[in-house]
Design a protein around this ligand. Sequence first.
Ligand code: MV4
Length: 457
Amino acid sequence: MFRRVLVANRGEIAQRIIRACRELGIETVAVYSEADADAIYLRQADETICIGPAASARSYLDVPSIISAAEIADVEAIHPGYGFLAENAHFAAVCQSCKIEFIGPSPETIAAVGNKAQARAIAIAAGVPVVPGSDGTIPDEETALRVAQEIGYPVMVKASSGGGGRGMRIASNEPSLLNGLHSAKAEALAAFGDDTVYLEKFVEHPRHIEVQILGDKEGKIVSLGERDCSIQRRHQKLIEEAPSPALTSEMRARICAAAVKMAEASNYHNAGTVEFLLDQNGDFFFIEVNARIQVEHTVTELVTGIDLIKEQLRIAAGYPLRFTQDEVVVRGHAIECRINAEDPARDFQPSPGLVEAFVPPGGPGVRVDSHCYSGYRIPPNYDSMIGKLLVHRGSREEAIRTMLRALDEFVIEGPKTTIPILRDILDHSDFKTSVHDTGFVERYFGAHPAISPRELG
Ligand code: MV4
Protein backbone atom coordinates (compact mmCIF):
# COMPACT_ATOMS: atom_id res chain seq x y z
CA MET A 1 0.00 0.00 0.00
CA PHE A 2 1.05 3.63 -0.46
CA ARG A 3 3.04 5.19 2.37
CA ARG A 4 2.04 8.78 1.52
CA VAL A 5 -0.72 10.32 -0.65
CA LEU A 6 -1.35 13.91 -1.79
CA VAL A 7 -4.98 15.05 -1.79
CA ALA A 8 -5.46 17.42 -4.74
CA ASN A 9 -8.78 18.85 -3.60
CA ARG A 10 -10.53 20.80 -0.85
CA GLY A 11 -13.63 20.78 1.35
CA GLU A 12 -15.63 17.70 2.25
CA ILE A 13 -14.00 15.40 -0.30
CA ALA A 14 -10.49 16.31 0.89
CA GLN A 15 -11.62 15.41 4.41
CA ARG A 16 -13.27 12.20 3.17
CA ILE A 17 -10.05 11.07 1.43
CA ILE A 18 -7.91 11.94 4.48
CA ARG A 19 -10.23 9.84 6.67
CA ALA A 20 -9.88 6.80 4.39
CA CYS A 21 -6.08 7.20 4.25
CA ARG A 22 -5.77 7.42 8.03
CA GLU A 23 -7.76 4.23 8.50
CA LEU A 24 -5.44 2.51 6.01
CA GLY A 25 -2.32 3.87 7.75
CA ILE A 26 -1.42 6.12 4.81
CA GLU A 27 0.15 9.55 5.51
CA THR A 28 -1.65 12.47 3.86
CA VAL A 29 -0.45 15.71 2.33
CA ALA A 30 -3.20 18.31 1.94
CA VAL A 31 -2.88 21.23 -0.45
CA TYR A 32 -4.76 24.51 -0.09
CA SER A 33 -5.25 27.90 -1.66
CA GLU A 34 -4.89 31.17 0.25
CA ALA A 35 -8.71 31.22 0.59
CA ASP A 36 -8.67 27.86 2.39
CA ALA A 37 -6.02 28.57 5.04
CA ASP A 38 -8.56 27.97 7.86
CA ALA A 39 -10.10 24.82 6.37
CA ILE A 40 -10.68 21.93 8.78
CA TYR A 41 -9.16 19.27 6.50
CA LEU A 42 -5.77 20.93 6.94
CA ARG A 43 -5.81 19.97 10.63
CA GLN A 44 -6.60 16.36 9.75
CA ALA A 45 -3.73 15.92 7.28
CA ASP A 46 -0.17 15.01 8.24
CA GLU A 47 1.32 17.82 6.16
CA THR A 48 -0.08 20.87 4.36
CA ILE A 49 1.22 22.88 1.41
CA CYS A 50 -0.14 26.17 0.10
CA ILE A 51 -0.36 25.92 -3.69
CA GLY A 52 -1.45 29.43 -4.64
CA PRO A 53 -4.07 32.16 -4.52
CA ALA A 54 -7.84 31.76 -4.20
CA ALA A 55 -8.54 31.49 -7.95
CA SER A 56 -8.84 27.76 -8.83
CA ALA A 57 -6.97 28.28 -12.08
CA ARG A 58 -3.92 29.30 -10.03
CA SER A 59 -4.25 26.67 -7.28
CA TYR A 60 -6.46 23.52 -7.44
CA LEU A 61 -6.39 23.52 -11.25
CA ASP A 62 -2.72 24.41 -11.63
CA VAL A 63 -0.88 21.25 -12.70
CA PRO A 64 2.70 22.53 -12.12
CA SER A 65 1.80 23.75 -8.58
CA ILE A 66 0.27 20.43 -7.62
CA ILE A 67 3.04 18.33 -9.15
CA SER A 68 5.65 20.52 -7.39
CA ALA A 69 3.88 19.97 -4.07
CA ALA A 70 3.80 16.21 -4.72
CA GLU A 71 7.53 16.16 -5.52
CA ILE A 72 8.47 18.27 -2.48
CA ALA A 73 6.29 16.20 -0.14
CA ASP A 74 7.61 12.97 -1.70
CA VAL A 75 4.22 11.27 -2.17
CA GLU A 76 3.65 8.04 -4.08
CA ALA A 77 0.16 8.87 -5.29
CA ILE A 78 -2.33 11.71 -5.85
CA HIS A 79 -6.06 11.48 -5.17
CA PRO A 80 -7.86 14.09 -7.29
CA GLY A 81 -11.31 13.85 -5.61
CA TYR A 82 -14.07 15.23 -7.84
CA GLY A 83 -14.13 18.36 -10.00
CA PHE A 84 -10.86 20.28 -10.54
CA LEU A 85 -8.33 17.86 -12.16
CA ALA A 86 -10.26 14.62 -11.53
CA GLU A 87 -11.09 13.95 -15.21
CA ASN A 88 -8.13 15.71 -16.79
CA ALA A 89 -6.33 13.12 -18.96
CA HIS A 90 -3.32 15.43 -19.34
CA PHE A 91 -2.92 15.66 -15.55
CA ALA A 92 -3.17 11.87 -15.21
CA ALA A 93 -0.48 11.52 -17.90
CA VAL A 94 1.81 14.06 -16.17
CA CYS A 95 1.45 12.07 -12.92
CA GLN A 96 2.41 8.92 -14.80
CA SER A 97 5.51 10.53 -16.34
CA CYS A 98 6.54 11.80 -12.88
CA LYS A 99 6.16 8.25 -11.48
CA ILE A 100 3.32 9.35 -9.22
CA GLU A 101 0.27 7.08 -9.18
CA PHE A 102 -2.90 8.91 -10.26
CA ILE A 103 -5.78 7.45 -8.20
CA GLY A 104 -8.23 6.96 -11.04
CA PRO A 105 -8.43 5.37 -14.48
CA SER A 106 -5.60 5.49 -17.05
CA PRO A 107 -5.08 8.72 -19.06
CA GLU A 108 -6.20 6.79 -22.17
CA THR A 109 -9.49 5.72 -20.56
CA ILE A 110 -10.17 9.23 -19.18
CA ALA A 111 -9.58 10.70 -22.66
CA ALA A 112 -11.69 8.06 -24.43
CA VAL A 113 -14.77 8.28 -22.22
CA GLY A 114 -14.35 12.05 -21.70
CA ASN A 115 -15.19 12.46 -25.37
CA LYS A 116 -18.91 11.73 -25.33
CA ALA A 117 -19.15 10.91 -29.02
CA GLN A 118 -16.31 8.41 -28.55
CA ALA A 119 -17.95 6.97 -25.41
CA ARG A 120 -21.14 6.51 -27.44
CA ALA A 121 -19.17 4.72 -30.17
CA ILE A 122 -17.60 2.40 -27.56
CA ALA A 123 -21.08 1.65 -26.16
CA ILE A 124 -22.48 0.87 -29.63
CA ALA A 125 -19.54 -1.44 -30.43
CA ALA A 126 -19.99 -3.22 -27.07
CA GLY A 127 -23.74 -3.74 -27.58
CA VAL A 128 -24.70 -1.37 -24.74
CA PRO A 129 -28.06 0.29 -25.50
CA VAL A 130 -27.72 3.96 -26.55
CA VAL A 131 -30.34 6.56 -27.46
CA PRO A 132 -31.15 6.30 -31.20
CA GLY A 133 -28.96 8.87 -32.98
CA SER A 134 -25.94 9.51 -35.16
CA ASP A 135 -23.26 6.82 -35.65
CA GLY A 136 -20.46 9.27 -34.94
CA THR A 137 -20.08 13.03 -35.02
CA ILE A 138 -22.14 15.19 -37.41
CA PRO A 139 -19.92 16.49 -40.25
CA ASP A 140 -22.44 18.82 -41.91
CA GLU A 141 -26.02 20.10 -42.07
CA GLU A 142 -27.13 17.44 -44.57
CA THR A 143 -26.10 14.62 -42.20
CA ALA A 144 -27.88 16.33 -39.29
CA LEU A 145 -31.11 16.66 -41.30
CA ARG A 146 -30.90 13.06 -42.57
CA VAL A 147 -30.25 11.51 -39.11
CA ALA A 148 -33.05 13.61 -37.55
CA GLN A 149 -35.40 12.51 -40.34
CA GLU A 150 -34.53 8.86 -39.59
CA ILE A 151 -34.92 8.99 -35.78
CA GLY A 152 -37.74 11.55 -35.72
CA TYR A 153 -38.09 14.84 -33.86
CA PRO A 154 -37.55 16.10 -31.21
CA VAL A 155 -33.79 15.55 -31.31
CA MET A 156 -30.89 16.72 -29.19
CA VAL A 157 -27.61 18.17 -30.48
CA LYS A 158 -24.81 17.36 -28.01
CA ALA A 159 -21.21 18.56 -27.93
CA SER A 160 -18.61 15.72 -27.89
CA SER A 161 -16.70 17.57 -25.17
CA GLY A 162 -19.85 18.75 -23.39
CA GLY A 163 -20.86 18.23 -19.82
CA GLY A 164 -23.15 19.65 -17.19
CA GLY A 165 -25.65 20.52 -19.90
CA ARG A 166 -23.29 22.82 -21.84
CA GLY A 167 -23.27 22.57 -25.63
CA MET A 168 -26.72 20.90 -25.69
CA ARG A 169 -29.71 21.95 -27.83
CA ILE A 170 -33.20 20.50 -28.30
CA ALA A 171 -34.76 20.80 -31.78
CA SER A 172 -38.30 19.91 -32.83
CA ASN A 173 -38.08 20.73 -36.55
CA GLU A 174 -35.60 21.32 -39.38
CA PRO A 175 -35.09 25.09 -38.90
CA SER A 176 -34.53 24.72 -35.14
CA LEU A 177 -32.13 21.81 -35.81
CA LEU A 178 -29.97 23.93 -38.12
CA ASN A 179 -30.10 26.75 -35.61
CA GLY A 180 -29.24 24.41 -32.70
CA LEU A 181 -26.43 22.79 -34.69
CA HIS A 182 -24.69 26.14 -35.23
CA SER A 183 -25.24 27.52 -31.72
CA ALA A 184 -24.18 24.25 -30.03
CA LYS A 185 -21.00 24.18 -32.17
CA ALA A 186 -20.20 27.83 -31.37
CA GLU A 187 -20.79 27.32 -27.64
CA ALA A 188 -18.70 24.12 -27.59
CA LEU A 189 -15.84 25.72 -29.50
CA ALA A 190 -15.73 28.63 -27.04
CA ALA A 191 -16.07 26.43 -23.94
CA PHE A 192 -14.00 23.36 -24.88
CA GLY A 193 -12.03 24.27 -28.01
CA ASP A 194 -13.83 21.41 -29.78
CA ASP A 195 -16.88 22.06 -31.95
CA THR A 196 -17.72 18.45 -32.82
CA VAL A 197 -21.31 17.42 -32.04
CA TYR A 198 -23.51 14.34 -32.33
CA LEU A 199 -27.23 13.80 -32.48
CA GLU A 200 -29.64 11.84 -30.29
CA LYS A 201 -33.38 11.40 -30.12
CA PHE A 202 -34.66 13.60 -27.28
CA VAL A 203 -35.86 11.39 -24.43
CA GLU A 204 -38.81 13.10 -22.77
CA HIS A 205 -39.26 13.07 -18.98
CA PRO A 206 -36.37 10.66 -18.28
CA ARG A 207 -35.05 9.49 -14.93
CA HIS A 208 -31.34 9.77 -14.38
CA ILE A 209 -29.96 6.41 -13.26
CA GLU A 210 -26.24 5.87 -12.75
CA VAL A 211 -24.39 2.65 -11.94
CA GLN A 212 -21.34 2.63 -9.66
CA ILE A 213 -18.59 0.37 -10.90
CA LEU A 214 -15.19 -0.66 -9.55
CA GLY A 215 -12.51 -2.21 -11.71
CA ASP A 216 -9.07 -3.47 -10.71
CA LYS A 217 -5.89 -3.40 -12.79
CA GLU A 218 -6.33 -7.07 -13.68
CA GLY A 219 -9.45 -6.19 -15.66
CA LYS A 220 -12.00 -7.47 -13.18
CA ILE A 221 -15.06 -5.23 -12.97
CA VAL A 222 -18.03 -5.31 -10.58
CA SER A 223 -21.09 -3.11 -10.26
CA LEU A 224 -22.21 -1.77 -6.87
CA GLY A 225 -25.77 -1.11 -7.92
CA GLU A 226 -27.39 2.07 -9.12
CA ARG A 227 -28.25 5.53 -7.82
CA ASP A 228 -31.28 7.55 -8.85
CA CYS A 229 -30.29 11.20 -9.35
CA SER A 230 -33.49 12.51 -10.93
CA ILE A 231 -33.88 15.30 -8.35
CA GLN A 232 -31.72 17.99 -9.86
CA ARG A 233 -31.97 21.60 -10.92
CA ARG A 234 -30.04 23.09 -13.83
CA HIS A 235 -27.78 20.03 -13.89
CA GLN A 236 -26.96 20.34 -10.18
CA LYS A 237 -28.11 17.31 -8.22
CA LEU A 238 -30.01 18.07 -5.03
CA ILE A 239 -31.03 14.60 -3.82
CA GLU A 240 -29.69 11.15 -4.71
CA GLU A 241 -30.91 7.76 -3.57
CA ALA A 242 -30.10 4.07 -3.79
CA PRO A 243 -31.58 1.77 -4.89
CA SER A 244 -33.68 3.48 -7.58
CA PRO A 245 -37.40 3.14 -6.83
CA ALA A 246 -38.01 3.21 -10.60
CA LEU A 247 -36.34 -0.16 -11.34
CA THR A 248 -37.58 -3.71 -10.97
CA SER A 249 -34.95 -6.28 -9.98
CA GLU A 250 -34.97 -7.56 -13.55
CA MET A 251 -34.31 -4.05 -14.96
CA ARG A 252 -31.63 -3.53 -12.29
CA ALA A 253 -29.79 -6.69 -13.36
CA ARG A 254 -29.82 -5.54 -17.02
CA ILE A 255 -28.70 -1.95 -16.37
CA CYS A 256 -25.88 -3.10 -14.05
CA ALA A 257 -24.73 -5.69 -16.61
CA ALA A 258 -24.73 -2.96 -19.30
CA ALA A 259 -22.59 -0.72 -17.06
CA VAL A 260 -20.07 -3.51 -16.48
CA LYS A 261 -19.95 -4.19 -20.23
CA MET A 262 -19.30 -0.48 -20.88
CA ALA A 263 -16.51 -0.38 -18.28
CA GLU A 264 -14.92 -3.50 -19.77
CA ALA A 265 -15.03 -2.00 -23.26
CA SER A 266 -13.32 1.15 -21.91
CA ASN A 267 -10.47 -0.78 -20.19
CA TYR A 268 -11.67 0.85 -17.01
CA HIS A 269 -9.88 0.58 -13.69
CA ASN A 270 -10.62 2.30 -10.36
CA ALA A 271 -14.04 3.80 -9.44
CA GLY A 272 -16.38 5.07 -12.13
CA THR A 273 -20.00 5.78 -12.92
CA VAL A 274 -21.94 4.78 -16.01
CA GLU A 275 -24.91 7.12 -16.58
CA PHE A 276 -28.19 6.14 -18.21
CA LEU A 277 -31.50 7.76 -19.05
CA LEU A 278 -34.55 5.69 -18.15
CA ASP A 279 -37.58 6.58 -20.27
CA GLN A 280 -41.27 6.39 -19.40
CA ASN A 281 -41.52 2.92 -21.04
CA GLY A 282 -38.85 1.51 -18.72
CA ASP A 283 -36.19 1.38 -21.45
CA PHE A 284 -32.71 2.59 -20.52
CA PHE A 285 -30.02 4.18 -22.67
CA PHE A 286 -26.34 4.83 -21.97
CA ILE A 287 -25.39 8.53 -22.06
CA GLU A 288 -22.04 9.14 -20.33
CA VAL A 289 -19.22 7.73 -18.20
CA ASN A 290 -17.92 9.75 -15.24
CA ALA A 291 -14.28 8.79 -14.77
CA ARG A 292 -14.05 9.86 -11.13
CA ILE A 293 -15.42 9.34 -7.65
CA GLN A 294 -18.65 11.34 -7.46
CA VAL A 295 -20.16 13.52 -4.74
CA GLU A 296 -22.97 10.97 -4.30
CA HIS A 297 -20.70 7.89 -3.95
CA THR A 298 -21.75 7.92 -0.28
CA VAL A 299 -25.29 6.58 -0.90
CA THR A 300 -23.70 3.52 -2.51
CA GLU A 301 -21.37 3.17 0.49
CA LEU A 302 -24.37 3.09 2.83
CA VAL A 303 -26.34 0.41 0.97
CA THR A 304 -23.34 -1.81 0.11
CA GLY A 305 -21.17 -1.28 3.22
CA ILE A 306 -18.18 -0.81 0.90
CA ASP A 307 -15.81 2.13 1.53
CA LEU A 308 -15.32 3.38 -2.03
CA ILE A 309 -12.36 5.66 -1.25
CA LYS A 310 -10.45 2.81 0.40
CA GLU A 311 -11.20 0.61 -2.62
CA GLN A 312 -9.87 3.37 -4.93
CA LEU A 313 -6.61 3.47 -2.94
CA ARG A 314 -6.26 -0.33 -2.96
CA ILE A 315 -6.96 -0.57 -6.69
CA ALA A 316 -4.47 2.23 -7.51
CA ALA A 317 -1.86 0.43 -5.39
CA GLY A 318 -2.34 -2.65 -7.59
CA TYR A 319 -4.40 -4.92 -5.35
CA PRO A 320 -7.06 -7.07 -7.01
CA LEU A 321 -10.72 -6.55 -6.04
CA ARG A 322 -11.43 -8.16 -2.67
CA PHE A 323 -14.95 -9.28 -3.51
CA THR A 324 -16.90 -10.83 -6.36
CA GLN A 325 -20.12 -9.59 -7.95
CA ASP A 326 -22.09 -12.17 -5.93
CA GLU A 327 -20.70 -10.77 -2.69
CA VAL A 328 -22.04 -7.27 -3.39
CA VAL A 329 -25.36 -6.99 -1.54
CA VAL A 330 -27.57 -3.90 -1.51
CA ARG A 331 -29.29 -3.57 1.86
CA GLY A 332 -32.05 -1.10 2.79
CA HIS A 333 -32.43 2.37 1.31
CA ALA A 334 -30.12 5.41 1.39
CA ILE A 335 -30.86 9.05 0.56
CA GLU A 336 -28.46 11.96 0.28
CA CYS A 337 -29.34 15.65 0.44
CA ARG A 338 -26.77 18.17 -0.73
CA ILE A 339 -26.79 21.14 1.62
CA ASN A 340 -25.67 24.19 -0.33
CA ALA A 341 -25.00 27.72 0.90
CA GLU A 342 -27.48 29.14 -1.59
CA ASP A 343 -30.61 31.22 -1.33
CA PRO A 344 -33.59 29.39 -2.87
CA ALA A 345 -35.58 32.66 -2.66
CA ARG A 346 -33.05 34.42 -4.88
CA ASP A 347 -32.72 31.88 -7.68
CA PHE A 348 -30.21 29.80 -5.70
CA GLN A 349 -27.63 32.59 -5.58
CA PRO A 350 -24.53 31.56 -3.62
CA SER A 351 -24.67 32.70 0.00
CA PRO A 352 -21.09 32.46 1.28
CA GLY A 353 -19.67 34.06 4.43
CA LEU A 354 -19.50 33.43 8.16
CA VAL A 355 -21.24 30.34 9.55
CA GLU A 356 -22.35 31.62 12.94
CA ALA A 357 -23.66 28.29 14.18
CA PHE A 358 -23.34 24.77 12.76
CA VAL A 359 -24.97 21.89 14.63
CA PRO A 360 -25.33 18.78 12.44
CA PRO A 361 -28.03 16.19 13.14
CA GLY A 362 -27.22 12.72 14.45
CA GLY A 363 -28.93 9.66 15.81
CA PRO A 364 -29.82 6.33 14.21
CA GLY A 365 -29.28 6.04 10.47
CA VAL A 366 -27.73 9.50 9.96
CA ARG A 367 -24.37 10.39 8.35
CA VAL A 368 -23.07 13.93 7.76
CA ASP A 369 -20.05 14.49 5.50
CA SER A 370 -19.15 18.15 5.93
CA HIS A 371 -16.09 20.32 6.34
CA CYS A 372 -18.16 23.07 7.93
CA TYR A 373 -17.99 24.22 11.60
CA SER A 374 -19.32 27.06 13.76
CA GLY A 375 -17.13 30.07 13.01
CA TYR A 376 -16.05 28.83 9.54
CA ARG A 377 -16.10 31.40 6.76
CA ILE A 378 -17.31 29.89 3.45
CA PRO A 379 -15.09 31.36 0.75
CA PRO A 380 -16.92 32.80 -2.29
CA ASN A 381 -14.42 31.26 -4.74
CA TYR A 382 -15.61 27.66 -4.96
CA ASP A 383 -18.77 25.56 -5.20
CA SER A 384 -21.42 26.26 -2.61
CA MET A 385 -21.83 22.77 -1.13
CA ILE A 386 -21.37 22.91 2.63
CA GLY A 387 -22.14 19.32 3.35
CA LYS A 388 -23.96 16.11 2.52
CA LEU A 389 -26.66 14.77 4.80
CA LEU A 390 -27.29 11.04 4.38
CA VAL A 391 -29.65 8.55 5.89
CA HIS A 392 -29.72 4.74 5.70
CA ARG A 393 -32.89 2.92 6.69
CA GLY A 394 -34.63 -0.39 6.03
CA SER A 395 -37.09 1.04 3.51
CA ARG A 396 -37.53 4.15 1.35
CA GLU A 397 -40.46 5.33 3.48
CA GLU A 398 -38.39 5.12 6.68
CA ALA A 399 -35.45 6.82 4.95
CA ILE A 400 -37.67 9.77 3.93
CA ARG A 401 -38.99 10.07 7.51
CA THR A 402 -35.48 10.02 8.97
CA MET A 403 -34.26 12.58 6.39
CA LEU A 404 -37.12 14.96 7.24
CA ARG A 405 -36.30 14.58 10.93
CA ALA A 406 -32.57 15.19 10.32
CA LEU A 407 -33.22 18.25 8.11
CA ASP A 408 -35.36 19.70 10.91
CA GLU A 409 -32.56 19.10 13.42
CA PHE A 410 -29.85 20.70 11.28
CA VAL A 411 -28.86 24.14 12.63
CA ILE A 412 -26.97 26.35 10.18
CA GLU A 413 -26.95 30.05 11.04
CA GLY A 414 -25.41 32.71 8.84
CA PRO A 415 -25.65 31.73 5.20
CA LYS A 416 -28.93 30.89 3.50
CA THR A 417 -29.14 27.17 2.72
CA THR A 418 -31.09 24.77 0.50
CA ILE A 419 -32.54 22.97 3.57
CA PRO A 420 -36.09 24.44 3.16
CA ILE A 421 -36.40 23.34 -0.48
CA LEU A 422 -34.98 19.88 0.28
CA ARG A 423 -37.69 19.53 2.94
CA ASP A 424 -40.41 20.55 0.50
CA ILE A 425 -39.22 18.06 -2.13
CA LEU A 426 -39.06 15.16 0.36
CA ASP A 427 -42.57 16.05 1.54
CA HIS A 428 -44.03 16.21 -2.00
CA SER A 429 -46.42 13.40 -2.96
CA ASP A 430 -44.73 12.93 -6.38
CA PHE A 431 -41.40 12.31 -4.62
CA LYS A 432 -42.95 10.04 -2.01
CA THR A 433 -44.61 7.93 -4.68
CA SER A 434 -41.54 8.35 -6.89
CA VAL A 435 -43.39 9.30 -10.07
CA HIS A 436 -41.00 12.27 -10.52
CA ASP A 437 -38.55 12.75 -13.41
CA THR A 438 -35.57 15.05 -14.09
CA GLY A 439 -37.95 17.97 -14.77
CA PHE A 440 -39.60 17.76 -11.32
CA VAL A 441 -37.68 20.50 -9.49
CA GLU A 442 -38.02 23.08 -12.27
CA ARG A 443 -41.73 22.29 -12.71
CA TYR A 444 -42.78 22.47 -9.07
CA PHE A 445 -40.12 24.53 -7.36
CA GLY A 446 -39.13 27.02 -10.05
CA ALA A 447 -40.44 29.62 -7.66
CA HIS A 448 -40.11 28.44 -4.09
CA PRO A 449 -43.64 28.10 -2.63
CA ALA A 450 -42.52 28.95 0.90
CA ILE A 451 -41.36 32.38 -0.20
CA SER A 452 -43.96 35.09 -0.70
CA PRO A 453 -43.55 37.72 -3.45
CA ARG A 454 -43.20 40.35 -0.70
CA GLU A 455 -40.16 38.54 0.73
CA LEU A 456 -38.65 38.33 -2.74
CA GLY A 457 -38.77 42.13 -2.86
C1 MV4 B 1 -30.47 13.86 -22.74
C2 MV4 B 1 -31.79 14.17 -22.35
C3 MV4 B 1 -32.81 13.74 -23.17
N1 MV4 B 1 -32.55 13.06 -24.29
N2 MV4 B 1 -30.26 13.16 -23.87
C4 MV4 B 1 -28.28 16.49 -19.43
C5 MV4 B 1 -26.82 16.60 -19.15
C6 MV4 B 1 -26.15 15.42 -19.75
N3 MV4 B 1 -25.57 14.64 -18.71
C7 MV4 B 1 -27.20 14.69 -20.50
N4 MV4 B 1 -28.45 15.36 -20.27
C8 MV4 B 1 -29.59 14.98 -20.90
N5 MV4 B 1 -29.41 14.23 -22.03
C9 MV4 B 1 -31.30 12.79 -24.63
N6 MV4 B 1 -31.05 12.12 -25.75
C10 MV4 B 1 -31.99 14.89 -21.18
C11 MV4 B 1 -30.87 15.31 -20.44
C12 MV4 B 1 -31.18 16.03 -19.25
C13 MV4 B 1 -30.90 15.50 -18.00
C14 MV4 B 1 -30.28 14.27 -17.85
C15 MV4 B 1 -30.02 13.76 -16.60
C16 MV4 B 1 -30.39 14.48 -15.48
C17 MV4 B 1 -30.98 15.69 -15.60
C18 MV4 B 1 -31.24 16.23 -16.86
C19 MV4 B 1 -31.86 17.47 -16.96
C20 MV4 B 1 -32.10 18.00 -18.20
C21 MV4 B 1 -31.75 17.28 -19.35
